[in-house]
Every structure is written in C-alpha cells, then in structure tokens.
Design a protein around this ligand. Structure first.
Ligand code: FEO
Length: 398
C-alpha cells in the first residue's frame, strides 16, 4: 500500500481510496492521464459507519486495507454509491460481501444502473435530493446531480463538517501522495481540473450552472470539497469560481491553432498564422494533432476564445489525424468560440472547407472564408497567413 501523507479529511472522515500511479489513458483511450489518478473513497466514523463510494476493482485490496486500519469493515452500516461508473463502483461487491448488514445507499437511477452493471440483489436504501441519514453527530444529506456527468450522479453532503463529497465533480486526474490541493502545486491542479472539466463536463455546462445555483439556494455552506479523483479542496471558492467561468464560456483572449499537414505546406501556413496572432499581442498555442495530446488541446480550446484549424487536403477532405479532435469538439459543444479554417491543396481542394464545416458544427462562430494555398506557400501566401492570424487576434480582442 502506498504511503499517503494525510488520510484524515476532517475529524471523523477519512480518505480510504487508492492511488493509480501508472494509468495513462482513461475512459478507454479518450482522455490521457500523464499524471495518473486516484479513486477516492471516504469513510465516515460516527455511531454508525458509512463508506462513501469505492474504487476501481483493481484496487479493492488497497481500499480494504485502508478501511481496516480504521474500522472492522464488517461493521460498516451504509455504503453510499454516488455514481455507477466502475471506477467508483468496482469494489462494491467486495465490500458488501464483508459488510453483510450494510445498506447500499443510492438514488433510483443508480440502483437501476448497478443492477445492469453487476446483476445483484444488494440491500438498497433509495434516496433522493433532500434525503438524510443520521449517523450520530454527523448527518449525510443527498443531492441528486443528474447528467453531472451520468444520469445517476449524486453528491453527498455532511452539514456538520460543511463537507461536500461530489464524486466526479471538481475532480482532477492526478496521482499523489498528498491529499489536499494546498499541499500540492496549485497551478498543476487547476490545469488538470480544467482538462477534466473540458473533456468530461463541458457539454453539461448549463446543468453545472443550475446545480451551483441550487447549492446556493439550499444555503449549503461548504468548507471542503472532496471529489472522487485527485486532490481535496480546502479553499472551495477557487474551484467553484473556476467552474462558473468555464461553464459560462468565459475564456482568455487567446487563440488555439490546431492542424495536420502532409508535405509541410499547411504547417508553414500554421506557423505564419501564429506569428500574425502573436504580433497583435495575443497569446497563441499550436498543436499538430498527429503528434499531440487531444485532451490537452480540448482543454486549451475551452480556455481560449479563438480556435483556428487547418488541414492539407486528402480525398477532397481533411487529414484523418485532425478529424477525431474536431469530432470530439462537436460533442463537447464549447461555448462562445470564434474561429476560422485554413489549409493547402493540390488540385481538387476541400480540406480547409471540411475543417470549416466541422468547426461550424461544433458551434464555433466562423470569421471569414477558409484560407487556402495551392501546393506550397511562398512569401506572398505566408503574408496572407500572417494577416489572417492578425485578423483572428483582433476578433478575439473585441
Ligand atoms: Fe470517475 Fe464518472 O467516473
């Protein structure tokens, strides 16, 4: 079992999760995790004992060992499942086979999902928004959060500790021996939290805003947010404010340039466009998608107001390496983006036009016509690219 610096979250609430130091891809291969991740489960010790969430099945023994260091797991009274997805429900069967008298606490959608995932006859205790379970001095209150990010998603709140356990919400994929954001490099945590939001929660931004308003209306005071991945927030305002910014589509006056190239013509165009953007004092970031991390480019797309995408032409369309990024963007529905397309061609054309169509389908407001170059850009073409970059930069500054 890996050494962990702190396992006490607050008095009577302990982290009993697992650290996955070596995972490099998540959700299949849709999300890169260069820093690994954690699966956070929390044990609440009171007159009654509750375990909130579990861990990926591969880490069941690690979780059980942490639980055993605090209590006899057979004495657990409640196991709360905030979410069906297997990275949090994977050890339910193991813990319920030991805690034979425990009730499995979840909402109706979660019960249905767990039945379909694990074919079981567990002893369910169904809750909904506002339901409470008194453990002794501490009370668990539940708040359903459908589609943040699955239909079954739910938050658990402990009023006496002003502690929110929002499962995937406010998480980051970082494997650490530290447990708290303030014990780590906060800039790394915010970058990873942004990547997490952009790749997982961005299409549900309207629901994020609604849920945060609901929490405010309910008057839930929150001192600590303990998510199911990564580090725990003891200054919750920082991540709540960031979620409000990201959900509203607020972005920096900066431009993301993504492209792929066959014989370097489109790459030369991309570099001149970046120079044009920079000449206006606007930050640009360039990704060649054939060799770049798509989930990081998605994060930067969320953080930057402008997006310019380009491709050489192949078979009257775009190069295959760029297509998955644009397809991902279409599903993630970024808000308030402006952008444009560019690319080279040999005879038929069609690459830049296909890129423009994909950007438009992702909800990006298109500025001007696609910028195209036949075969190879020379000085005059590169000057056009430079000016194209300047035009985009001026648009993001308005
Ligand atoms: Fe971390 Fe939706 O599972």
């Amino acid at each position: 079992m890996s050494a962990i610096r702190d396992t006490k979250v607050v008095d009577g609430v302990y982290w009993v999760g697992a650290v996955d130091w070596t995972i490099r891809h998540f959700h299949g291969y849709t999300y890169t995790t260069p820093l690994g991740t954690t699966y956070n489960a929390y044990l609440v010790k009171d007159d009654k004992i509750a375990l909130v969430d579990t861990v990926d099945a591969r880490f069941t023994d690690e979780m059980l060992e942490r639980v055993r260091s605090l209590v006899d797991p057979s004495k657990i009274d409640y196991v709360v499942a905030n979410h069906v997805e297997p990275d949090h429900s994977g050890s339910l069967a193991a813990i319920l086979s030991i805690a034979k008298n425990a009730k499995l606490v979840c909402n109706e959608r979660c019960r249905a999902g767990l039945k379909e995932y694990y074919s079981n006859d567990w002893d369910y205790h169904i809750v909904k928004t506002g339901s409470v379970i008194k453990l002794g001095k501490k009370t668990l209150t539940f708040l359903e959060a459908p589609m943040l990010h699955w239909p079954d998603s739910m938050f658990t709140y402990i009023a006496e500790d002003e502690l929110l356990l929002p499962n995937d919400g406010f998480g980051q994929h970082i494997a650490t021996s530290e447990r708290f954001v303030d014990d780590y490099d906060e800039s790394i945590v915010m970058q990873e939290a942004a990547k997490y939001y952009a790749n997982i929660l961005m299409p549900m931004s309207a629901l994020v805003i609604k849920k945060l308003e609901e929490v405010q209306k309910l008057g839930l005071s929150i001192k600590t947010i303990a998510p199911s991945h990564g580090l725990i927030w003891r200054e919750p305002g920082k991540i709540i404010d960031a979620y409000l910014r990201w959900a509203s589509g607020e972005a920096e006056q900066a431009v993301l340039v993504v492209y792929d190239t066959m014989w370097s013509a489109t790459e030369k165009m991309a570099r001149s466009i970046v120079e044009g953007i920079s000449s206006e004092g606007v930050q640009a970031r360039l990704y060649r998608m054939a060799t770049s991390d798509s989930s990081e480019a998605i994060r930067d797309c969320m953080l930057m107001k402008g997006i310019v995408a380009g491709s050489s032409t192949i078979n009257r369309g775009m190069l295959p390496a760029l297509a998955p990024f644009l397809e991902d963007l279409r599903g993630l529905k970024p808000k308030k983006k402006i952008g444009a397309a560019f690319g080279s061609y040999g005879w038929s054309g069609g690459g830049a036009e296909a890129v423009e169509k994909a950007l438009s389908e992702a909800g990006v407001e298109i500025i001007g016509e696609p910028l195209t170059v036949k075969y190879m850009p020379f000085a005059e073409d590169l000057h056009r690219c430079f000016e194209f970059g300047r035009e985009i930069a001026r648009a993001v500054k308005t």
